[in-house]
Write a protein that binds this ligand. Structure first.
Ligand code: OSB
Ligand code: MG
Length: 388
């Protein structure tokens, strides 16, 4: 007789955890000043624009952040295209039909081709809510295996190699034990040489953001002598094939970023030897579900991964941190302390660097960070509220 009520209680917990009926979606177009300009081969960013999304469902709030930039330099997606796709297609689809599980989001959003960053933005709060429903941190909810994540810093192009070396040394002194520098034609070998001299044997890597062609193979061969951890995305943003031609001429591992949009891309790239490492950004691959799938493909292929960054606020950073707790994230991620990006983050407390060059993974249920609504409002340029 005592069995029945218990069973009913268990079932209700089960049902609660298995459905997300969305009541409201808030879109915030925000703009925040970076603490210092960030220059890459595709441009200079001094102010970061993005979209923060809040989803209300089942009495809970879930958050997400779009990684698209104001300009289509890294990807064809921009804040404006993502806003359009979110407001006019993805949000209405989510408000129309409840989802059983955030893992169903890619199928639910398949009617929109491409626009991975917009899709990831709206999948994120569903993960936040699902993990809260399960009473677990997002990291634990997705099967993460660590409570601290090894991190490095990504340094933009500076006015000179000497200036870059000084900045890199500063970050080493601040406790970062992996340095990544951005390169572009004309600002490559001398920059690497200067930084290598300045930071000794601290792990060092370069990111070209697709600024070179196969004709530059000899330049990358010359980089072999600096013992780089990897060379990130040297060739076309839409190329995989030619990277394999470059990889076979180098000792240094290549890592793909821009070219990988799905688990299939990752499988193909690793199978043909286009790279030995993959940078996973949940925004670029269309959300957490796909990011986990890319992780699993790489793990099976024996290729390590690391978590990329897109100058996110603490909201996007918290998602990245949770993702990077999965077992095959064995290389330091582009996940620096809040203060490396913004004077005031949107979350409290901000992320701080531990003395072992790690960030601690939030342990509270869901995303596990407190979003500061007044700070969000202060940086908001436009706010739309969407309901069924
Ligand atoms: O290529 O990894 C990249 C920032 C914006 C766009 C592309 C990239 C980056 C970074 C910064 O390297 C990483 C970070 O958020 O710290
Ligand atoms: Mg990159």
């Amino acid at each position: 007789m005592s069995v029945q009520p218990r069973r009913r209680a268990d079932l209700s917990v089960f049902l609660l955890a298995m459905s997300i009926r969305v009541e409201q979606i808030d879109l915030y177009h925000i703009r925040m000043s970076l603490v210092s300009p960030f220059e890459t081969s595709f441009g200079v960013t001094t102010e970061r624009e993005s979209i923060i999304v809040r989803v209300l469902a089942e009495g809970l709030a879930g958050w997400g952040e779009c990684v698209a930039d104001a300009a289509p330099g890294y990807s064809y997606e921009t804040v404006t295209t993502a806003w359009h796709i979110l407001r006019d297609y993805l949000a209405p689809a989510l408000l129309r039909a409840p989802l059983d599980d955030p893992r169903d989001a890619p199928a639910h959003f398949r009617f929109v081709r491409g626009h991975n960053m917009a899709k990831a933005t709206l999948e994120a709060p569903l993960w936040d809510i699902a993990a809260q429903q399960a009473g677990q941190s997002l990291a634990r909810y997705i099967g993460g295996v660590r409570d601290r994540v090894l991190v490095g810093v990504s340094i933009g192009i500076q006015s000179s190699p000497d200036k870059l070396a000084e900045v890199a040394r500063g970050y080493c002194e601040a406790g970062y034990r992996r340095i990544k520098i951005k390169i572009k034609p004309g600002r490559d070998l001398a920059d690497v040489r200067a930084v290598r001299r300045a930071i000794g044997d601290t792990p060092l890597m370069v990111d070209a953001n697709s600024a070179y062609t196969l004709d530059d193979a000899s330049l990358f061969q010359q980089m072999d002598e600096f013992g780089l951890l990897m060379i990130e995305q040297p060739l076309g943003y839409d190329d995989i094939y030619q990277h394999h031609k470059l990889q076979r001429q180098l000792n240094t591992p290549l890592c793909l970023d821009e070219s990988i949009h799905s688990a299939d891309d990752a499988r193909f790239a690793l199978e043909i030897g286009a790279c030995r490492i993959i940078n996973i950004k949940q925004g670029r691959v269309g959300g957490m579900t796909n990011a986990i799938a890319v992780h699993d493909v790489c793990r099976q292929a024996g290729a390590p991964v690391w978590c990329g960054g897109m100058l996110e606020t603490g909201i996007g950073r918290a998602f990245n941190l949770a993702l990077a707790t999965l077992p095959n994230f064995t290389l330091p991620g582009d996940l620096s302390a809040s203060s490396r990006y913004y004077r005031l983050d949107l979350i409290d407390p901000p992320f701080e660097l531990n003395s072992d060059s790690t960030l601690s993974v939030p342990t509270m249920p869901g995303l596990g960070v407190n979003v500061l609504q007044d700070r969000l409002d202060a940086v908001t340029l436009r706010h739309d509220v969407l309901r069924p």
